[in-house]
Design a protein around this ligand. Structure first.
Ligand SMILES: [Zn+2]
Length: 725
């Protein structure tokens, strides 16, 4: 018998509503990890406290700042918000406090929702225009707080970067949060930053008390537009704001009569026992709340994929059919045609010379071989093709969908064009139909979107978003396309992202089982909004073993491992041990092979087949649902690194051990987590780098799991199972 209690599954779910003194209304929401007290003041609501059960309270001194004015007929009108108890609702794990403004007539709903018995609580603010005319409003944050802090108490801040183009040398930041700390982390679908600027983050942050309980809270944003999280520590206060990025400003957004502004959904949760414990709750919550049930129902998710990009743009019918045969032989689940199959950018029809019989026959051949069929499409990008059905940037009917007038000499790149503004209803409608056509006509099981999906600012004054500031805008060329930076950039992204979500929500409804790969020039769109509209992420655009492990190490702090795709590309492997190291560096989450498998030696071929079989029989179930522990520092390619999966229900796990180039350290000990000290565990070294042996949990968690590997750039998989008493 095992007595481990499963974190997060036993939580009670209830709320209470009471009319307190001074006419104030308060409510409480609770999951097994997070208790929130909420209060409706006469003119603003307040999150009064966050409690992690059994731990000191986080008390919030600030009421929510509600927008102080609106623009009506080009005039700024101050708003006076008044609590409307009759319209407010509580029940079923939901609290919605309503505030009204009489003139102009607006209704603001401040809502919190429990989505699972465990994990964080979701929050959103909505503002509805009840006037008969158009108004403009400034930025309403999703959440702002001012925690009261014990000046003596050390705090730590943890945040992770997106893998973007290439993971940086740091990636996972764990920094002391001392007096004077001022930090802002931003996220958009554009990872490109100048070297001196901080990298984009996955829009999430964790703050913990540095004591034995390692308790704290985390917050995340379920939106892919331009967002930010900021933290400022004073002597006895920790202020923060979470929501759309106000910079560059001033932000304003239009509301037509009856229209509703929705602040990006955010979630706020508490935890104890450090960042991995928080991650083990959050990953499970993301799967249950944001994940697609249809996708998770498939026991073969995450899939093993063979992708054509190993040969670049040269893919054709002959190559594709050969790859399908080899994929089936290797035991792969899906064949994925990457860029190169189409006539040209914006002209998403099979290239007549490369695919003379079209794409559906390729899909059908994959299906005949027992494989799913996936396709890369840059579906928001326009080019210059004049073929029927193509999105031609110079076509007078669509010219206004581009974010600015393109100069006469503009040309798309081979697989990159000009992003259209999806926030424009006509552009959205075209994209919806085009995605529908592609999925249906080409018999797709998976659609990968790439390129920049969300417009980077927009110069147009006749789109639903705010107009740019004519005195403060910058138009420039980057990655073969024209970009606009101005005060309206955040509003442009707000509209475009919502259109993207609508398109994919409808596709999911109409095509249950269809998978979406979220790729945006690599890992630039890794956030919780795309997690709720796509099925898995390309986590970085650099595919060597170290980059794959670094991106996985960072991203797996917050997202389910099954959603994290690593592309494994050709890499120098003089020894078969190096080859296995290369494969396994992409086998901790979703594995996509992206190299010409026909060029492999028979030994490498046989090795891959064996590893894929192991992935499907043993590793996949850990990747889908087991707890994950970062049992080493972040990979640096020199030292050892590793990841531990531990399945609490089955009392089984696996450690992925990687040795870097170090010659100084031929053995390494990983201090494991999640085990029980008194239980004995059987260790099986898959490559037989050591004989199987039985040890106590105490030894594995203190002295550690010792692994010896004679070669640099090699690996081992150590399977662990509890031995019954
Ligand atoms: Zn626009």
């Amino acid at each position: 018998m095992f007595c481990a209690s499963r974190v997060g599954f036993s939580g009670l779910l209830f709320f209470s509503l009471s009319l307190a003194a001074l006419g104030q209304t308060s409510a409480r929401l609770k999951t097994s990890d997070t208790e929130l007290s909420l209060e409706a003041g006469p003119s603003a609501p307040r999150l009064t406290s966050l409690v992690v059960p059994g731990q000191p309270k986080w008390e919030n001194r600030a009421s929510e700042t509600l927008i102080p004015f609106a623009e009506v007929s080009d005039k700024q009108v101050p708003l006076s918000w008044r609590f409307n108890g009759a319209a407010s609702q509580t029940g079923d794990g939901r609290v919605a406090f309503v505030y009204d403004s009489d003139s102009p007539h607006l209704r603001l709903t401040w809502e919190w929702r429990v989505r699972q018995a465990y994990g964080p609580v979701e929050h959103q603010t909505r503002i509805e225009n009840l006037e008969a005319q158009r108004i403009w409003i400034p930025l309403q944050d999703s959440l702002a707080f001012n925690w009261q802090i014990d000046p003596q108490f050390p705090l730590e801040h943890l945040f992770v970067e997106k893998g973007a183009n290439t993971p940086s040398p740091v990636g996972t930041h764990q920094v002391p949060l001392t007096e004077g700390y001022r930090w802002t982390g931003t996220s958009s679908t554009y990872g490109d930053k100048r070297d001196e600027e901080p990298r984009e983050i996955i829009p999430w942050s964790l703050v913990q008390r540095k004591d034995a309980a390692l308790t704290g809270w985390y917050v995340g944003i379920e939106f892919s537009g331009r967002t930010r999280i900021s933290l400022t520590r004073g002597k006895d206060s920790l202020k923060g704001a979470v929501g759309l990025d106000p910079d560059p400003g001033p932000f304003r957004t239009r509301l037509l009569p009856g229209e509703v502004f929705e602040s990006p959904l955010v979630f706020l949760g508490g935890f104890s026992h450090g960042a991995d414990a928080a991650g083990n709750i959050l990953r499970r919550w993301v799967r249950a709340v944001l994940g697609n049930p249809q996708t998770w129902k498939d026991p073969n998710y995450p899939l093993v994929v063979n992708n054509s990009w190993g040969g670049g743009m040269d893919v054709n019918e002959e190559i594709a059919l050969r790859m399908i045969r080899d994929s089936a032989e290797l035991g792969v689940d899906m064949f994925h045609v990457d860029a190169g199959w189409f006539r040209s950018v914006g002209d998403w029809y099979p290239h007549p010379q490369k695919f003379p019989h079209g794409l559906a026959v390729i899909a059908d051949d994959a299906h005949k071989h027992g494989l799913k069929f996936g396709l890369w499409v840059d579906w928001t990008q326009a080019g210059l093709s004049t073929e029927p059905g193509a999105l031609n940037a110079r076509d007078p009917k669509v010219r206004d969908w581009m974010v600015t007038d393109l100069p006469a000499d503009w040309k798309p790149e081979p697989f990159k064009g000009q992003t259209i503004d999806l926030g424009l209803p006509e552009a959205k409608q075209w994209a919806q139909q085009e995605v529908e056509r592609i999925v249906t006509d080409y018999h797709l099981d998976m659609l990968e979107h790439d390129g920049y999906l969300v417009a980077h600012g927009c110069d147009r004054t006749d789109h639903p978003h705010a107009a740019p500031d004519p005195l403060n805008k910058c138009i420039y060329k980057s990655w073969g396309a024209y970009w606009v930076d101005s005060s309206n950039s955040t509003d442009v992204s707000y509209h475009a992202v919502r259109a993207y979500y609508d398109i994919y929500s409808k596709m999911r409804q109409d095509h249950p089982g269809l998978l979406f790969e979220v790729c945006n020039d690599g890992g630039r769109m890794v956030d919780f909004g795309s997690a709720s509209h796509g099925d898995y992420f390309s986590i970085t655009d650099t595919y060597d073993p170290l980059s794959n492990r670094r991106a996985f190490y960072d991203t797996s702090h917050v997202l389910p491992a099954a959603m994290l795709e690593s592309y494994v590309e050709k890499w120098p492997t003089p020894h078969i041990e190096n080859f296995r190291y290369m494969l396994r560096s992409g086998m901790m989450g979703w594995l996509t092979i992206m190299t010409d498998t026909n060029a492999w030696s028979p030994e490498q071929h046989a090795e891959t087949k064996k590893e894929i079989d192991l992935y499907k029989k043993e590793l996949r179930s850990f990747i889908r649902g087991a707890n994950l522990y970062h049992v080493s520092p972040r990979p640096d390619g020199v030292h050892w690194d590793g990841i531990e999966y531990w399945d609490l229900d089955r009392q089984r796990g696996v450690v992925y051990a990687f040795r870097g180039t170090t010659e100084a350290e031929k053995t390494h000990s990983y201090a494991l987590e999640g085990l029980q000290p008194s239980v004995r565990y059987l260790l099986k070294f898959y490559d037989h780098s050591a004989p199987d042996r039985t040890v106590t949990g105490r030894e594995l968690m203190t002295r550690g799991l010792k692994v010896a590997l004679p070669l640099a750039n090699s690996s081992e998989l150590i399977f662990i199972e509890a031995v019954a008493h």
